[in-house]
Design a protein around this ligand. Structure first.
Ligand code: PLP
Length: 379
């Protein structure tokens, strides 16, 4: 039998509309293709490469761990996972961690945790939100177009508009065990939730889980985004930026809400992998006051610069910034890429940026020069 020749791309199921750009190297805020062409990476691998590509601290930590131990299983204790749990608990102010490998898995863990802790099956989530592609995470994702092809999903989920306190309050009754919120809706258009809305959620009886998969680990200018919202959630999910690009996810459970999971309730073969956890420890330690100050300063420069361009509704927190243009966001993303700048969409009309938190003043200025070209080129 003859197998038709094909490129590697054709051998990958087409779940992503990939740009025809093969990235082979990265360094700080820049990536290069095979021909050596350099791009300024203001997508950050979709808000993942928090310290910049090949940052020396997680690189050294991962290298050192590769030389010692790659995997032992969760049947035994490993040092990096325990160290990471301690570091995250210290940042949270007292929490326990469950480690997994992605954002969706961290949300799955939160959904199961809430059921076990409360005995209730209902969840309130937000219209437009995004929590992942697995069945549980998809069920609480407030985007019908993503949910409908895969129905029936997990029942018992109620969606309320973002920042609508009355709708939130009305949606909560005795059946609801969990309120799940993204502090800033990331995929859903870079929509920051208002303090009052999150405070109202926190005051209601269900457990409050903040999905910080996209906004955690310094992205908004504080280690956790919730620090700016004046609440202490029961649960927090983390992933993307946690290990600077190595796959890891985490559910954090506040000490006062801990105790629901017992051995056998949940698990993950690779969860807490020593190499990923070692890199994550280095990332958490690198997110210090100086880096967080850079997030504030560079984020403000980006927003101020966008204010002078023909774009509308500039918004975000820290280095998660979105804006709208008259033309489809995908066209702006493509035009920017052709000029050597990588940015993201967040829905059809929103251009999103999530550069490394280490981005410099010059790099922000360079990105704004490209954006000025591509947004003014639009009709
Ligand atoms: N939660 C949020 C807020 C996200 O932004 C994402 C991914 O974009 C997820 C969950 C799912 O993460 P993953 O793609 O790692 O499963």
């Amino acid at each position: 039998m003859t197998i038709a020749s094909s490129t590697g791309l054709e051998r990958i199921l087409p779940t992503y509309a990939r740009a025809d750009l093969t990235i082979v190297e990265g360094d700080g805020c820049r990536v290069r293709d095979a021909s050596g062409r350099e791009y300024l990476d203001f997508g950050g691998g979709i808000a993942v490469v928090s310290l910049g590509h090949c940052h020396p601290a997680p690189l050294a930590a991962a290298h050192a761990q590769l030389d010692r131990l790659w995997h032992a299983s969760n049947l035994y204790r490993t040092e990096p996972a325990e160290e990471l749990a301690e570091l995250l608990s210290a940042r949270f102010g007292g929490a326990r961690a469950f480690f997994c490998n992605s954002g969706a898995e961290s949300v799955e863990a939160a959904l199961k945790y809430a059921r076990k802790a409360t005995g209730k099956t209902g969840v309130v989530a937000v219209e437009g939100s995004f929590h992942g592609r697995t069945f549980g995470a998809l069920s609480v994702t407030g985007q019908p177009a993503k949910r409908e092809p895969f129905a029936p999903l997990v029942p018992g989920v109620r969606f309320v508009p973002p920042n609508d306190v009355a709708a939130l309050t009305a949606a909560v009754d005795d059946e609801i065990g969990l309120i799940l919120l993204e502090p800033v809706l990331g995929e859903g258009g870079v929509v920051p939730l208002e303090d009052e809305f999150v405070a109202a959620a926190s005051a209601l009886p269900p457990l409050l889980c903040l999905d910080e998969v996209q906004v955690g680990i310094g992205r908004t200018g504080t280690f956790f985004a919730f620090e700016q919202l004046g609440v202490r959630p029961d649960l927090v999910t983390l992933a993307k930026g946690l290990a600077n690009g190595l796959p890891i996810g985490a559910l954090l459970v506040a000490d006062e809400a801990a105790g629901a999971f017992a051995p056998g309730d949940h698990g993950s073969t690779f969860g807490g992998n020593p190499v990923a956890a070692a890199a994550a420890c280095a990332v958490v330690e690198a997110v210090d006051d100086e880096l967080l100050a850079n997030v504030h300063t560079r984020g403000s420069e980006l927003v101020a610069g966008l204010g002078g361009l023909p774009v509308t509704n500039v918004r975000g927190r820290g280095l998660l910034v979105g804006f709208e243009t008259a033309t489809p966001a995908g066209d702006v993303v493509e035009a920017a890429r052709n000029e050597g700048l990588l940015v993201l969409t967040a829905g059809e009309n929103v251009v999103r940026m999530a550069p490394p938190l280490t981005v410099s003043e010059d790099e922000v200025a360079a990105a704004l020069v490209v954006l000025a070209q591509v947004v003014t080129l639009r009709p």
